[in-house]
Design a protein around this ligand. Structure first.
Ligand SMILES: Nc1ncnc2c1ncn2[C@@H]1O[C@H](COP(=O)(O)OP(=O)(O)OP(=O)(O)O)[C@@H](O)[C@H]1O
Length: 304
């Protein structure tokens, strides 16, 4: 007889696919198959990256992941010469004859984009609006002309043709978030942009209860509390990520999901306090945020 002593750990990275998520994934896959790049946009923590990775996996081709960054440049994307290799052959077989043959070649390393384009990988370009628009210009040639230009690389061929299996999935936060650049219309015009927003309380609760070992009713009490506080934020409010943190820490620390419990209230204040305070304009935003959290805890209902 097998005795199960340890709790089975739930897969914390798997995408929980309810019918709406499945539907979105299958539509997106269809668009990708037809040759159109997909662009998931929406607020932080709405699930864009998870969705992009799950979609990429569905194509059953190797997946290349690039993160947008203001320092990303063509050398990172196309590649660069990384140094020199020298080869020297000294032939002194006949003592009176000394022959030296020396050659020096530059060593080239393919960039991530070049590798993906050449081999037909699925490229996930996460948070692409964090890169400079001039860096992203290269995607115009890829998407429009089907070639990757090798300008500025000193390589002899002018471009590399895009492999027919190559596909790209972009993700971004909308323009009003800090640290992002405005995307050129010409690029946006070539993408199918799908808005990924926060899910309803019940859908979020299903995800939380499946990812963390917690009953759905308790998960719902947490996601409802977080969604309630999110309403007070115009942007960057607490997301599903915060609900997952509360659920995980409550489970692991044996803290009851109960709005009257002091440990639970402390946990909610730690996880939600700072983020919520950034949405408030008052003189003491953190204090105000903590009071809002305590009120939300008082109103919390767990229906068992
Ligand atoms: N359908 C889902 N199933 C399982 N987990 C999910 C799902 N949607 C979102 N998550 C979880 O929610 C959290 C946030 O998701 P993700 O990182 O994909 O969001 P994002 O929109 O890309 O956020 P950001 O813009 O901050 O990068 C992650 O922990 C992710 O695993």
């Amino acid at each position: 007889m097998t005795v199960l002593k340890e709790k089975i750990k739930k897969d914390s990275r798997a995408l929980i696919q309810d019918s709406e998520t499945k539907d979105l994934l299958s539509r997106s896959l269809q668009y990708l198959k037809a040759g159109y790049p997909i662009h998931f946009t929406g607020p932080s923590g709405a699930g864009k990256t998870s969705m992009a990775l799950a979609l990429a996996k569905k194509r059953k081709k190797p997946v290349m992941l690039i993160h947008g960054n203001h320092e990303l440049n063509n050398k990172d994307l196309i590649g660069d010469f990384t140094g020199y290799t020298s080869k020297k052959v000294v032939d002194n077989y006949i003592r009176s004859v000394y022959k030296k043959d020396e050659s020096i070649t530059e060593t080239w390393r393919d960039g991530r984009l070049l590798e993906a384009v050449k081999n037909g990988y699925t490229l996930v370009y996460d948070e692409f609006t964090r890169s400079q628009p001039t860096t992203n210009n290269i995607f115009l040639s890829i998407l429009e002309e089907g070639v990757l230009p090798l300008y500025g690389s000193k390589l002899t061929e002018p471009f590399v043709p895009v492999h027919p299996d190559f596909a790209v999935i972009f993700t971004s936060n909308p323009d009003e978030y800090a640290g992002v650049f405005h995307t050129q219309d010409a690029l946006l015009d070539r993408l199918i942009t799908i808005h990924v927003d926060y899910k309803e309380v019940d859908r979020e609760a299903k995800i939380v209860s499946q990812k963390v070992d917690i009953k759905e009713e308790k998960a719902k009490a947490i996601t409802a509390l977080v969604a309630d506080l999110r309403k007070g934020c115009k942007k960057n409010g607490p997301s599903l990520r915060a609900s997952l943190m509360i659920a995980k820490l409550a489970t692991e620390g044996d803290i009851p999901v109960d709005g009257d419990n002091e440990d639970f209230k402390r946990l909610c204040k730690d996880i939600l306090g700072h983020q919520l305070s950034r949405c408030l304009d008052g003189e003491q935003p953190l204090k105000e945020a903590e009071e809002m959290i305590l009120r939300a805890c008082e109103n919390m209902k767990v229906t068992e």
